[in-house]
Design a binder for this molecule. Sequence first.
Ligand SMILES: [Zn+2]
Length: 269
Amino acid sequence: MARRLTAGRVAHLRTVARIQRRLQPTLHSGLVGLGQLLTPAEWLAAAVVRIVPSSFLARLRERLAALEAELVRRLVAEALAETLLEQTSPDELARLRIGELIRQIEEEGLAAVRLQLSLIADAGMTPEAIATIGQATGLTTRQVAQVERARRAALNAGATEAAAAHTAGRVRRRLIDQRAKLIARTETVRYVGDLVQERGEAVAAAGGRVERQWVSARDEAVDAGNPIGPCKRNDDGKRRSLSEVFPSGHDRPPAHPGCRCLLELWVDG
Ligand SMILES: [Zn+2]
């Protein structure tokens, strides 16, 4: 008889929600902080020549190093408090995963600044445009463009520069909230998936016959309701070996940003 080695779906979703709540405020303040790396005078000088100031990268890295350390600390503390998993190396996995995340945020931050410079220049370098666009560094380039579109739309509708900046500021804050939440959830699911996989490999190395199964949250939000989305397809009730990939081609959750899926382990005997 095979028995399940990991927590069930409901306990998993509770765990994900708890770890996510722990990461989210740290990510949020970290992303907001990226919008304050350059002063308005520095933005203006840089927008004139459309060159990212040399001081920016150093400040970005310094800020991200602090964020990285704090995220690892939060993730590991929560994993150690987690009794469902009995993981073997939560520190190492947390450092690896958060390290990858930070590199991605750094890359996106640099791309955002380049876009911000051209948007500020195109907007005529008014103080309001500099303030509004300049604070958006913690967003993806698509989201930065979204903030500027909101500002332009307000201006086109007859709003004053100040009112348009206010509107765009609201959009920016909403997008930062969304991004912090999405990253927190995705990284939590990735981390828990890594821990479960590692546990499975440890049990297999000790001679256990281990299989794994993909379990989605099984509610209407899975794959945003798409009946042939990756998470629904992977949650096919089949148990597979620890190295066999799932129908979507993914090795383990997450299958997409915001995925809440769980890897269940089953062992014989
Ligand atoms: Zn999923």
